[in-house]
Structure formats: structure tokens, C-alpha cells
Design a protein around this ligand. Structure first.
Ligand SMILES: Nc1ncnc2c1ncn2[C@@H]1O[C@H](COP(=O)(O)OP(=O)(O)OP(=O)(O)O)[C@@H](O)[C@H]1O
Length: 880
């Protein structure tokens, strides 16, 4: 029958080194303390004036501050000579001296984030409770702990750590607490406690030495992280412990520099009598003092005592000092340099911990190693004996706390400022408290397996980086480091680039098939196996890689889109500019068109005036929008005007769409309205008055197939013939009328002649371009409008207008004055002086005649028309 697994020991802590085999704890027990903690950094301010009565004063009640009521009290800012004020329990302000404030642009500095700030009037008990008691309690539970006092010389480190007989410091109070617990608790009663005290000093700056203070005062050597020859003294009660402490302090060398005169005075006056100093051979040099208190389980065998149990370490560092201030020279100066160097190395180790806390250190160190593989990974702790001894703490494997001591005086501003600046980042240090992990065999195996895995695989540096990165995140680094720094170096040394790619693929980019089944089928265990852990690491690495690549691709695409967007915006801008230009162009063209239209009002035709005189009436713009349509041009309109006795509106527009027979007939109607002789040839010979010549009749005879006029047209023509007859009757009355009639007849004949020929041949005659008849003009225009140029068309229309004007003028003379109502329907007209109109007409005719001559197209009919026009104008001129 199997016995049940033994419960985990409550406080089993492994000390490193040496190692020894331990009982196998429960495999499924993960330490609850494996958590991330911040480094506790306390600040204690030494009083400005240290007087004997101050040292002997009663400590204030702790409860008031422990409750946080007011926390750290504020120092009166008005106090002269103080450089530090306490803002609250975790913050102080460093006040720059007024002399520096003005001259060197130095400002007051605020330091925040301390675990607690102890004002100058804080008691030793208060400091102990806040700083040391938690560590002591952890120690009693079996955890290692370190407390270090840092600060410039004479700031109260020794006082804080050891105190005086009347006001004991942290170490005596710790011993009291330990043995009180031992007496009260049976579990602790079973344990033994051992003390070891030693110092590290440098005599004359000639190298570091270790002196055993708890033993017989012999020198010690440091090998493989072990102090050889260090004697541990078992202390059974508080008295034994205090005696040992007193004797050790007697041995501790405390040199008197100018800066720590008071410290020397205290040692001399309160702790060690001058005789005792002489007896113990106190050397006049300064040192780092280390006190170890170790607990041991009495149940273990004797040989195991030395390597078992938790250790509480308290360090009183020698204060850094400035040579200029102390005036040290020679060997004292060398000693001071050593102390400063130790403090510096200690600070470097802590800063390394800061980087490590932010996971930078690991990668950075590896990158440095990658550049120069022979160069070992930098480890600052090796640069001093103290840090080498405290290696585990310097590498963040075990928890520790710092207490900074500063002086309040204005003279100490630079020292205080230096320390605060140096130490303020320490508050960001995080510890992964993994010392309990190290004592779990399963976890240990897991870690070693990971390292071995790396050893087996010859991977390249990038893989190493990745692996280290993952280790940093997913496995406490300290866990790996705990194995041995040498192990890791070996791992790094095995990196080769030979078959790295394939193995890297296997490791970094595992096949999904190799992952899924294992993960899915894996039994639910608290402690995953190495392979599972590795696969998980790989999976996360792959997902990280994918996300990184995805973000890169996304970034690239976004950049491309941005580029396109910029180009599009440019195009839009160009197009809008072009559009604006085009708009301006259109506006310009419109203006030009308007101007052209205004210039095109050349065909201004006079309307028959109310009097018989040559009152040249308004004209009609032939090119304007007021042109009449084809349907508007009909004889009925004009006829109505005739019948009503109103004035005749001149309709001489020539729509470009006029063509064909119907149009011709319609235009014939218009012509008939204009005068009897214009249409006589189309109706019958009898309609043509005496002015009709025989050639016209012969033409009519020959054109037997000419279509007869309709009834409407016949009626219309009858009216026209009546008008013609009337004209004929009146013709005899005046010579002018006869002449007009003669000319009209002549024009009609010619026109008829030409019209018939056009109808037969289907071609237009050149005469039609400036013929005296509007009919001819219209017909010709309709047929040849495409062939004629614009000046030609204008000439044709001009000629027609003149013709019609004269005809209507005659008709007006016959029918009387035009009514005003008819005038209202007329299009817009402009009155011009008669002389201007006449001159214009004459000029126009001349031009037309000239043009015709030039073209060589002047015909007989055209010449006749021109002659008629001349005669007509002469008559009109005479009349006027
Ligand atoms: N909080 C305090 N209250 C009263 N006196 C103090 C306090 N802190 C320090 N002192 C006194 O100041 C003097 C110097 O203190 P201490 O020797 O502890 O300085 P130190 O930092 O250890 O110097 P060093 O680095 O040189 O060893 C001592 O006389 C000590 O009694």
C-alpha cells in the first residue's frame, strides 16, 4: 500500500551554494510566493543637529505614523539650513540652496515613489517596524532577505543599523524579534540560529580584504561564491547574540575621516570603550559590514546545518564621500576610492536589475554578446567582493530592501542630491521571487531540460534571442539563471549557423499538426511537461511573429494609400483649376458672342413711316433671336396687315431649313403680298400688268408642268392683282409710281425667269443671292445656304430687305398710315436718320455689286436689278 505524499515543508529554502539533495516536494505544488514584487526603498533623514540629548530622547509613539495619519511629517520649510522637505509618506523635495538656485539654474527636485520616508525625528523602532520587520517575518517563514543601508558618510547608516545602547537599531531589534518568536512558537523553538559577521575593507587601497568579525578575526578568502573560513556562531538567545554583535563591532574598523567625526565619536563613546578598541586592535579604516543570521532545522543532521535554512543579511555600507570635501590624501584617498567603487558597483548591479525588470537587459546583453562572442555577458557584480557575495540578490533571485540615509543640512545638498538621483530608479526594480521554485525538483528539471534543449540544438543567434525573450516572459529568468551562469554561457557558445535554419523552422515555426494534437490530447496537469511548454512557447512566438508581420504589411499598405490619396488630391486640384479656366473661357466666349450679335445688326430695314416723307423706321435684326419661324412667314399675316390698313411688318428672315416645293409656294405667297408684279408670273399672264414682258409669258408657256396654285393661293393672288391694278391706276398719277412699277415689273420678270430655271434644273442661280425678289432670295438661300459664306448670306438678306422695303413703302403710300396697335407687335427696332439709311443702302449696294463683279458671277438679271435699285434711290433722293 502506497503511503500518501508527504506535505510540503512550510519553509524549505535552498541556499546556494553548496547544494544538497532535498526531499521531493509535491509535484503539483507551485509556490504561492512566485510573484513579482517591487524593491522596497526607504528613505531616512538624519536630523540636522545631532546632540547627546537627541540621541537619548524618547522615541515618539509609532502608532500615529503607522496609521498613516500625517505619515511623514513635513519639515518646516522656513527652517534655515535645510535642503530637504518631506511632502508625504513617499515623497520628498530637494531644495536647492539659494546660492545655486540663482547662479547655476538648479531647480528644486521632487523625488517620489519611496516605500516610506522617515523624517529626521523618526525613531529606531519606527524604522525597524516599517523596514526590517517584514523581512524578519519572511525570514522566520524560511525566506532569504537582504537589507542594505546606503548613503553618504555620516548620514546615519551605522546608527540606523546598530543604533546605540539606549536606542538600538535594526540589527539588535531583529535579534530580539527572532528570539521572541523562538520562545513563543514551538515550530521556531525547533530551529537553531547562527550568526556570522564579517567586513570587507581595503587597507590603503591595496585590494579588498575580508575579515571575520564573528570568529577570531582572521582573513577570509572568497572562492566559488563561498567565504572559506567564515565561522558561524550559533546563538541560542538574545544575550548571546548581542554579545557576539558587540564583540564584532569592536573588531570592525571604523576610521575617522573629517566627514564622519561624529560617527567615530559615537563608536568610541557609546559602543566600544577606548580600552576595548585598543584591546581588539581596531584599525583606523572604513569598511562594509555584513551580518548574517541563519536559521537551521534541528531535525536535520549536523552536517546539513551549514547549508540549510533561510538567511537574513544586513549590510552596512561604508558611505561614499567626496575627496574634495574630506580632504583625504594618500592611503586614505585610496581607501575612499575603494569605498566609492564598491558603492558604484552596487549601484551598477541595481541598475542592471532595473533593465532586467523591463526585460531589456537580457536582449541587450545578448546583442552585445552577438557583436563580440568572446566577450562574456557583462556581470557587474563580479567587480567587487561585496556584490559577488551578494550575487543572488544582485541578480534579482532573492528579495531585498534598501534604506537610504541622507543628511538634512544645506551643506550636504550635493551628497543628498547625488544619492537621490542615483537611487530614484531603484524603485522600479521588480523581483520575481523564485527561490521557492528552485527547490521544486520538477520545475528544476523542466528548466534544465530547456537549457539542455538549447544545448542540443545548434541554433543561431536570432533564435537565441527569441528563446531568451520567451524565457524572459514566460519563464522567470532567474529560474534559468539559477541553474548556473556557466550553463547559459555554454548554451551561447554552442550557437552555430550550420543547420540552424531547419532547426529554427522546427523550433520557431512548428507545424500546426505537430502542435494541435499534443495540446489537445495533453492530460490536464498542473506542471506541464517540457515539450508542452516548448510548444506553447513556439506557438506564442509564431503568433507574435505573425502579428508583427501583419502590422508591417498593414503599415505598408497604409503608406501606399496615403501616397495615392495625395496624388488624387493633386489631380482634383488640377482639374478644378482647369475647370475654372474653362469657365472663364466660356464667359469670354459668351461676351464675344454678344459683341458679335451686336455687330450683326447690320440689316436694319426702314419701316414705312406715317408720313409720305422718307421716314426710315425701325429695322429688324436678321441675326437675332427674333427671327420668325417658317410658319410665321405666311402671306395671311401680311395680308391682314394690308387689309387692316396698318403698317406692314417686314419679314425678311431666312430660316436655314427652308427648302422644297412647299416652301417655295409659301414664299411665293409672301412675294405676292409684297407686290402684284412679284407673283404675276406664277398665276397667269393676265395678272401681270402692263409691265409684263413677252419673254416672261413664253417662259410660262414652256413651263406647262408647273403646278397650279391652290384656291387659297389663288385668292391671295387675286388680292394681289387687285392691289397691282390699283397701283397701276395710280401709276399714271405720278411719274414716280410709273417708274416704280416699271422697275417692279422688270424685277418680277427677271425673277420669274430665274425661278423657273431653278425649278427646272434644281440648281440655284448666282442671281438668287442678290436678286430683287425676296422669293428668289429665299429659294436660293434655302438651296444654297450651305454653300454660301456668311458675308454672302448677309448680302442676300440685305438685298432682300431693301427690295421689300421699297415695295412696302409703296404699299404704305397706297394704304395709308400704319396703326399704332400693329406697331406694338413689331419686334424691337431702332430709328436711324433717313440720310444714314440711304447712305447705308447705297453703300451696301455698291459693295454687293463690287462683290459680284469680283466673283465674276454677275448676270444680266442682276445687273438689271442693280440698275433698278439705282433708279429707285435716285427717285427717293429726289423726293426727299
Ligand atoms: N537618526 C539619527 N538620530 C540621531 N543621531 C543620528 C541619527 N543618524 C545618525 N546620527 C548620528 O550621526 C552620526 C553619524 O552617523 P553614522 O556613523 O551612523 O553615519 P554613517 O552613515 O554610518 O557614516 P559612515 O558611512 O562614515 O560609516 C552618529 O553620531 C550618529 O549618532
Amino acid at each position: 500500500m502506497e503511503s500518501p505524499p508527504s506535505p510540503c515543508p512550510p519553509s524549505t529554502v535552498r541556499r546556494n551554494p553548496p547544494r544538497r539533495a532535498k526531499k521531493a516536494p509535491c509535484a503539483n505544488t507551485l509556490p504561492a510566493s512566485a510573484s513579482v514584487e517591487n524593491l522596497n526603498v526607504f528613505l531616512r533623514i538624519r536630523p540636522l543637529q545631532v546632540l547627546p540629548q537627541v540621541l537619548a530622547r524618547k522615541p515618539p509613539k509609532v502608532e500615529s505614523r503607522a496609521n498613516g495619519k500625517g505619515g511623514a511629517r513635513k519639515v518646516d520649510r522656513e527652517k534655515t539650513g535645510e535642503c530637504l522637505t518631506v511632502n508625504g509618506p513617499s515623497s520628498v523635495t530637494l531644495l536647492a540652496p539659494s546660492s545655486l538656485l540663482d547662479s547655476k539654474r538648479i531647480k528644486n527636485e521632487l523625488y517620489d515613489g519611496f516605500s516610506y520616508v522617515f523624517p529626521s525625528d523618526s525613531s529606531q523602532k519606527e524604522v525597524y517596524d516599517m523596514v526590517a520587520n517584514p523581512l524578519v517575518m519572511d525570514f522566520m517563514r524560511g525566506k532569504n532577505a537582504l537589507l542594505v543601508a546606503l548613503g553618504p558618510t555620516g548620514s546615519g547608516k551605522t546608527y540606523t543599523m546598530f543604533g546605540c545602547a539606549k536606542d538600538p537599531g535594526i540589527v539588535p531589534l531583529t535579534l530580539k524579534q527572532v528570539f521572541r518568536c523562538k520562545s513563543q512558537d514551538d515550530h521556531h523553538a525547533m530551529r537553531s540560529y547562527y550568526m556570522s559577521i564579517f567586513e570587507i575593507y581595503s587597507e590603503g587601497g591595496k585590494g579588498e580584504k575580508i575579515l571575520d568579525l564573528s570568529g577570531n578575526g582572521v582573513g577570509l578568502t572568497f572562492q566559488n561564491s563561498t567565504l572559506i573560513g567564515l565561522k558561524e556562531v550559533m546563538v541560542s538567545n538574545i544575550e548571546e547574540a548581542e554579545n557576539l554583535l558587540a564583540l564584532s563591532m569592536l573588531k570592525r574598523s571604523t576610521a575617522a575621516t573629517n566627514a564622519n567625526e561624529q560617527s567615530r565619536h559615537v563608536i568610541k563613546s557609546r559602543m566600544i570603550a577606548p580600552k576595548a578598541q585598543h584591546h581588539y586592535g581596531v584599525r583606523l579604516c572604513r569598511s562594509q559590514c555584513i551580518i548574517n543570521i541563519r536559521s537551521a532545522d534541528n531535525s536535520l543532521r549536523e552536517q546539513d546545518y551549514s547549508s540549510d535554512g533561510a538567511v537574513l543579511t544586513i549590510v552596512d555600507l561604508a558611505g561614499a564621500e567626496k575627496e574634495r570635501k574630506t580632504g583625504n590624501q594618500g592611503a586614505r584617498l585610496m581607501e575612499s576610492s575603494f569605498i566609492n567603487n564598491t558603492s558604484m558597483v552596487f549601484g551598477q548591479c541595481l541598475r542592471r536589475l532595473i533593465l532586467k525588470s523591463f526585460s531589456y537587459f537580457f536582449v541587450q546583453s545578448l546583442l552585445e554578446h552577438q557583436k563580440n562572442p568572446k566577450k562574456p555577458l557583462e556581470k557587474h557584480f563580479k567587480n567587487s567582493l561585496l556584490t559577488r557575495y551578494l550575487k543572488d540578490y544582485m541578480e534579482g533571485k532573492k528579495r531585498m530592501a534598501l534604506i537610504l540615509t541622507v543628511k538634512l543640512g544645506e551643506d550636504d545638498y550635493s551628497d543628498t542630491s547625488f544619492l537621490l538621483r542615483q537611487a530614484s530608479p531603484y524603485m522600479k526594480i521588480k523581483f520575481t521571487c523564485v527561490e521557492e521554485l528552485l527547490i521544486i525538483p520538477s520545475k528544476k528539471r523542466s528548466t534544465s531540460s530547456l537549457v539542455d534543449h538549447c544545448k542540443r540544438r545548434k541554433i543561431n543567434v536570432s533564435e537565441t534571442l527569441l528563446f531568451s525573450y520567451l524565457l524572459q516572459f514566460y519563464i522567470p529568468v532567474a529560474d534559468v539563471e539559477a541553474e548556473s551562469a556557466n550553463d547559459r554561457n555554454e548554451v551561447f557558445n554552442t550557437f552555430e549557423e550550420g543547420d540552424a535554419k531547419k532547426q529554427l523552422q522546427e523550433m520557431v515555426v512548428p507545424q500546426s499538426s505537430s502542435i494541435s494534437p499534443e495540446i489537445i490530447d495533453a492530460p490536464t496537469t498542473v506542471c506541464p511537461t517540457n515539450d508542452e511548454l516548448l510548444i506553447e512557447l513556439q506557438r506564442r512566438a509564431r503568433s507574435d511573429e505573425i502579428m508583427r508581420n501583419f502590422s508591417k504589411a498593414l503599415w505598408t499598405v497604409l503608406k501606399q494609400y496615403k501616397q495615392k490619396l495625395i496624388e488624387s488630391e493633386k489631380n482634383v486640384h488640377n482639374l478644378s483649376e482647369a475647370f475654372t479656366r474653362e469657365e472663364n473661357q466660356v464667359i469670354k466666349l459668351k461676351k464675344e458672342l454678344e459683341e458679335l450679335r451686336s455687330y450683326c445688326s447690320c440689316h436694319r430695314l426702314p419701316v414705312v413711316g406715317e408720313s409720305s416723307s422718307l421716314d426710315l423706321g425701325p429695322v429688324l435684326d436678321c441675326c437675332g433671336s427674333d427671327l420668325l419661324t417658317t410658319s410665321q412667314i405666311n402671306s395671311s399675316n401680311i395680308r391682314a396687315d394690308f387689309h387692316s390698313g396698318d403698317s406692314v411688318t417686314l419679314v425678311d428672315q431666312m430660316p436655314a431649313s427652308l427648302h422644297g416645293e412647299t416652301l417655295i409656294q409659301e414664299d411665293f405667297k409672301v412675294l405676292s403680298d409684297c407686290g402684284p408684279s412679284c407673283t404675276s408670273g406664277l398665276i397667269n399672264d393676265s395678272d401681270i400688268t402692263g409691265g409684263c414682258s413677252s419673254p416672261l409669258n413664253s417662259i410660262m408657256d414652256n413651263e406647262s408642268n408647273f403646278p397650279p396654285p391652290s384656291v387659297k393661293e389663288a385668292t391671295h393672288l387675286e388680292e394681289n392683282s387687285r392691289l397691282t391694278n390699283r397701283i397701276d391706276n395710280l401709276a399714271g398719277e405720278t411719274h414716280i409710281h410709273n417708274d416704280i412699277k416699271e422697275m417692279l415689273d422688270c424685277s418680277t420678270r427677271t425673277t420669274y425667269n430665274l425661278t423657273q430655271s431653278d425649278r427646272v434644273t434644281g440648281n440655284s442661280s448666282p442671281l438668287s443671292k442678290n436678286g430683287s425678289s425676296s422669293l428668289v432670295g429665299e429659294i436660293t438661300y434655302s438651296k444654297e445656304n450651305e454653300r454660301l459664306s456668311k458675308p454672302d448670306l448677309l448680302q442676300v438678306q440685305h438685298a432682300k430687305s431693301i427690295d421689300k422695303y421699297h415695295q412696302r413703302r409703296i404699299l404704305k403710300e397706297k394704304n395709308g398710315v400704319v396703326s399704332k396697335s400693329a406697331k406694338a407687335d413689331k419686334p424691337k427696332r431702332r430709328l436711324l436718320p433717313a440720310s444714314t439709311m440711304l447712305l447705308k443702302e447705297m453703300t451696301g449696294l455698291d459693295i454687293e455689286a463690287g462683290n459680284q463683279d469680283i466673283r465674276g458671277k454677275t448676270t444680266k438679271g442682276e445687273q438689271g436689278i442693280a440698275q433698278n435699285h439705282d433708279s429707285l434711290f435716285n427717285l427717293l433722293r429726289k423726293q426727299s
